[in-house]
Design a protein around this ligand. Structure first.
Ligand code: GDP
Ligand code: IMO
Ligand code: MG
Length: 434
């Protein structure tokens, strides 16, 4: 059963792109199963930085790539990503599920309008049309890739959905803008030329690949705390980045999964609104943001930084049945005298060990911290020297911190990342038996 899931254990941006790229060397197929171009996955090698929004992060190893039915696909972003990548890669071996839902330009407009109507309670979405596309999917009026390829169905579906959207725009949002079906149809026809040759039945191909014992990697987008069911609702995305999303979003069953790895930073970050109990104070928060270059890969917005949160880590392990952890960005904490871990929450004098469902309660929670000795601040080159020597060359204080992480998680660390570059990685445990 050589299937491994790599998913975000925090609020997104944990370094999933880097970790998936690293493991892609030994993988045959890499699958995105949820989210859309709200994702920004960064990969760094050979002095170059790549940011992917829709194409799975195995692209630089020339592997078979699948965009599963659970993804919401922005045609324009995908076309651009394909154009940008083509001169930089040998081949694009891509399959797009014919059941994938499509983000159209009006979904992005609606995302912006809905946010502006939320006023102070705005979610802080990426404005990539994610919520409105998933809303249409669940409301059973979405457009799927299979519809895009059939002129008759395309025309009928666009007529129906645009008629309703225009009524909503006019009567609910009192907007003067109306969607032109002619323009949307032309947009669809233009972009389908670019993608039509990639379309197929992803579930069939994936299950065949599994039967043939191929190594399959599932690449999560966003993170556990942004999950529509288990995250800090309503400050979440509109899909399931947690483990269940793999099955509904790709068309395989759970018995095929061998390992589930949660990617986490050595601290936490969050972009957009919503509570964050262990948010760092201003000075250390800004230091971490600058040193860790914590600015969104999709929107460029500054990310809020916090101390590692054990309540969140335990929650992510439990919800996703994690077998292990990939931990990134410990280099960023270098140079601090003390590093903190939030071990539990306190509310009205009582200790809370489990992550609460109520946002009202979460907002009132105070962090309970345990302090650890910090480690030295090293340059990228110095970290690389340590990486070459392996785990035992790491500063003792960092190894103590890692032991604490394993103790909290109750599962082992598989991989340690000490810089953005592909090479700045220490593999502790293998995920595939080759
Ligand atoms: P993703 O959305 O989970 O793929 O993560 P992002 O790419 O949005 O954000 C992670 C950022 O951290 C990117 O800029 C990466 O290049 C960078 N990064 C990943 N691992 C490390 C690491 O171990 N150390 C440092 N300093 N940066 C890292
Ligand atoms: P990757 O895959 C971090 C956040 C947004 C907002 C909330 C809802 O790079 O880890 P949406 O546009 O999805 O409706 O926004 O979710 N968000 C992310 N934060 N990383 C991401 O993706 C995110 N995708 C969405 O900032 O708070
Ligand atoms: Mg990201």
């Amino acid at each position: 059963m050589p299937c491994t899931v790599i998913l975000g254990a925090q609020f997104g941006d944990e370094g999933k792109g880097k970790v998936v790229d690293y493991y892609s060397k030994d993988a045959d197929v890499i699958v995105r199963y949820q989210g859309g171009c709200n994702a920004g996955h960064t990969i760094v090698f050979g002095g170059q930085v790549f940011k992917l929004h829709l194409i799975p992060s195995g692209v630089f190893y020339g592997k078979r790539l699948i965009i599963g039915n659970g993804v919401v696909l922005d045609l324009e972003t995908l076309s651009k990503e394909i154009d940008d990548l083509n001169p930089k890669i040998e081949k694009l071996d891509l399959l797009i599920s014919n059941r994938t839902h499509i983000t159209l330009p009006f979904h992005k407009e609606l995302d912006g309008i809905e946010e502006s109507f939320r006023g102070k309670s705005k979610i802080g979405t990426t404005k990539r049309g994610i919520g409105p596309t998933y809303t249409d999917k669940v409301a059973r009026c979405g457009l799927r890739i299979v519809d895009l390829l059939d002129n008759e169905v395309l025309d009928k579906k666009l007529s129906e959905t645009i008629m309703i959207k225009n009524r909503i725009l006019k009567n609910v949002f009192e907007s003067k803008t109306q969607i032109s079906k002619k323009e949307i149809l032309a947009y669809c026809i233009k972009h389908r030329e670019k993608i039509k040759d990639y379309v197929g039945d992803a579930s069939v191909e994936l299950n065949n690949a599994i039967k043939q014992d191929k190594n399959v990697l599932f690449e999560g987008a966003q993170g556990t705390l942004l999950d529509i069911d288990h995250g800090t609702y309503p400050f979440v995305t509109s899909s399931n980045p947690t483990i269940g999303g793999v099955f509904t979003g790709s068309g395989i069953g759970p018995k095929h999964i061998d390992k589930i790895i949660g990617v986490m930073k050595g601290y936490i970050t969050r972009v957009g609104g919503g509570p964050m109990t262990s948010e760092m104070g201003k000075v250390i928060g800004e230091r971490t943001r600058e040193k860790g270059k914590e600015f969104g890969a999709t929107t460029g917005r500054p990310r809020r930084c916090g101390w590692l949160d054990a309540v969140i880590l335990r929650y992510a392990v439990r919800l996703n049945s994690l077998n292990g952890i990939a931990i990134t960005k410990l280099d960023v904490l270098g140079g601090l005298n003390k590093v903190k871990v939030c071990t539990s929450y306190k509310i009205n004098g009582k200790t809370l060990e489990e992550f609460p469902a109520s946002l009202k309660i979460l907002e009132k929670c105070e962090p309970v911290y345990e302090e650890f000795d910090g480690w030295e601040d090293l340059s990228e080159e110095e970290w690389m020297e340590i990486v070459k020597k392996g785990y035992y060359a790491l500063p003792k204080e960092m190894r103590d911190y890692l032991k604490k992480v394993e103790e909290i998680a109750g599962v082992p660390i598989f991989l340690i990342s000490l810089g953005p570059d592909r090479e700045a990685t220490i593999s502790i445990k293998e995920i595939f038996d080759h």
